[in-house]
Design a protein around this ligand. Structure first.
Ligand code: TYD
Ligand code: MG
Length: 451
């Protein structure tokens, strides 16, 4: 038996340290190092002089031919065309976002197609899982349900049930008796995930593993699992809003470009066919501080409302609060607006957010942020039928961005008649029904506010 030894493992990123530290040197999180028993390595085995010839690539079977639909087309698209047998998909997200709901729906749809699907819950009692399944109309004979928090027992259930697809909800509740340390710790989570992956590969079944992410890093998050799994799906959405998005943060079998948008309803998650419409539904057209941004979410154009509020702050330190956008990028845009655009923000609190709980990562949002803040600061609304997109440079120039055609098409579809962007790119800026104004710099952009 290898000797047990202990180490301090960061519960956020898995960094291992021989002694306790207040801050993880790897990910920079505070108070995340926890002592855990780790197994000592077995020691170097003598390398024998054996020869193995690797096969040529033509004789290797491609996985693509064997993809299985999950029964939820939007999810299939995010996965890159369906589930790949022998793979493991990590579904990460905050508690309450809808991970169990989505996977119950997948189980239901696949069971309905005649596949045996096994749902192993370590968090809820069988009757709780049944209640959810009833609510979304998921009861069927092929839907097998077990509750277990023990890895070895889970493997036994997997062997006995022989499912085509297995769902483990969640990896944080699973623990192996081979390791010391409680469920949810980095070493247990990592060990359980790698054993389950090995099982999935050997048995040729697809497996979904749920992983909770909490903001304070108190649970071993999917970060430590990312390299162990084939695909990481990230579930996002504003806690109490209805909208949920799923994107792939990693995908060995497809691109990470697709985004699925769902709405939480009385009977589970339903796909949102027209996200722009839902996102703009409550917009107060003509209100200062509101700007519509034609965003690219994966390969799809979506219209989003960027909102800003600028209000006086009488203390020494005015606040900057940003939701759904990159904080530093927004600060940069505010700096450019103040310095190059002459809009005074000193002594003012500035709040900027994207409505609907979507997170925007592309620099093309700069222009919308700039205009929303300028409009809020001046108390003057932007034209109601205007959409914008463009990057803002440090000298106050507006830069062109990609996917112009898709953005303009979506704007036209949603009834917007004006667009403003930089027209310097080598792209087609014509779109029937939409007048596309070219902006060169911040002064051009600000002229839209006072119109
Ligand atoms: P759940 O899937 O349990 O979240 P997670 O597994 O990510 O922790 O469900 C999250 C929330 O969704 C829960 O508060 C109840 C709500 N919900 C609905 O609104 N409609 C439904 O049909 C279901 C099943 C859940
Ligand atoms: Mg759950």
């Amino acid at each position: 038996m290898p000797k047990a030894k202990s180490a301090y493992l960061c519960q956020s990123c898995g960094h291992s340290s021989p002694k306790w530290l207040g801050q993880c040197p790897d990910c920079g999180e505070w108070n995340t190092l926890v002592e855990e028993v780790v197994r000592a390595s077995v020691g170097g085995k003598a390398v024998e002089r054996i020869a193995i010839q690797a096969p040529d690539i033509l004789s290797v079977q491609s996985l693509d031919a064997r993809r299985e639909p999950t029964g939820i087309p939007a999810l299939d698209a995010v996965l890159g065309g369906g589930l790949v047998p022998g793979s493991i998909v990590l579904v990460g997200g905050e508690p309450g976002i809808g991970k169990s709901t989505l996977l119950t729906q997948v189980a239901a749809a696949m069971a309905h197609e005649g596949e045996v699907v096994l749902y192993i819950s370590g968090e809820e009692s069988p009757s709780q899982v049944r209640m959810r399944a009833e609510r979304i109309g998921a009861l069927s004979e092929n839907f097998r349900l077990a509750t277990s928090t023990d890895l070895e027992e889970t493997l036994a259930i997997l062997r006995g049930t022989e499912p085509r697809v297995a769902i483990v909800d969640s990896i944080q509740t699973m623990s192996s008796s081979e390791l010391e340390g409680g469920a949810g710790g980095v070493s247990q989570v990592r060990h359980c995930a790698s054993v389950l992956h090995a099982f999935a590969k050997e048995a040729g079944i697809a497996m979904f593993v749920v992983g909770h992410v909490t903001k304070d890093g108190s649970l071993a998050g999917p970060k430590v699992l990312e390299h162990l799994v084939d695909c990481v799906l990230v579930f996002e959405g504003e806690g109490f809003g209805r909208l949920r998005t799923i994107r792939a943060a990693k995908n060995r079998f497809g691109s990470v470009d697709e985004l699925a948008v769902f709405e939480m309803t009385e009977s589970g998650l339903s796909e949102v066919e027209n996200p722009s419409q839902l996102l703009l539904a409550e917009r107060q057209a003509g209100a200062p501080g509101s700007c519509v941004f034609a965003a690219m979410e994966g390969r799809r154009a979506v219209l989003l409302e960027v909102q800003a509020l600028v209000s006086p702050n009488y203390t020494q330190s005015p606040r900057r609060t940003v939701t759904g956008l990159d904080f530093n990028r927004v600060l940069l845009t505010l700096g450019v607006l103040e310095k190059r655009g002459g809009v005074r923000l000193a002594g003012q609190d500035v709040f900027v957010s994207v409505v609907g709980g979507l997170t925007v990562r592309e620099p093309a949002a700069d222009l919308a942020v700039l205009l929303a803040v300028a409009s809020a600061a001046k108390g003057a609304a932007l034209p109601e039928d205007l959409v914008v997109f463009g990057e803002v440079g440090l000298t106050g120039e507006i830069r062109s961005v990609g996917s112009v055609g898709a953005r303009l098409k979506e704007a036209a579809r949603m009834g917007f008649r004006r667009a403003a962007t930089s027209r310097t790119g080598k792209q087609d800026y014509s779109q029937p029904g939409v007048t596309v104004g070219g902006l060169r710099n911040i002064a051009d952009a600000l002229s839209l506010v006072s119109e």
